[in-house]
Design a protein around this ligand. Structure first.
Ligand SMILES: [Zn+2]
Length: 106
């Protein structure tokens, strides 16, 4: 079942659950098919890169793994916490998002 995701790329979100609960980050990518989001500095996996040729540097690179959108909430600056977003349909048919806690438009 597809859930309607109200989050957008560039939103700041806070993690609700798991080992990284309380961490904040910016959404880098959204996969609406799987319902997952990729958030900067959240669920980071390190990959070891080996030098293949002499003189090449080996090292560790960091890659963010996608997490379920249900594990994060939109972070409202005004409320200072993770909130639920509502959607209002405007008179011209466009949609606007708002914070359900403080009613500020997002
Ligand atoms: Zn708010």
């Amino acid at each position: 079942m597809l859930t309607k995701m109200k989050l957008k790329k560039g939103d700041t979100v806070i993690v609700n659950t798991g080992a990284e609960k309380g961490k904040k980050g910016t959404i880098l990518d959204i996969d609406r098919k799987t319902g997952k989001v990729t958030v900067k500095d959240i669920n980071v996996r390190t990959k070891h890169v080996k030098a293949r040729k002499q003189g090449q540097e080996s090292g560790i690179i960091k890659v963010e793994g996608p997490i379920y959108a249900s594990k994060v909430s939109y972070f409202c600056d005004k409320c200072g916490k993770g909130v639920r977003l509502g959607v209002k349909v405007n008179e011209d048919g466009t949609k606007s998002r708002y914070c359900k806690s403080c009613n500020e438009m997002k």
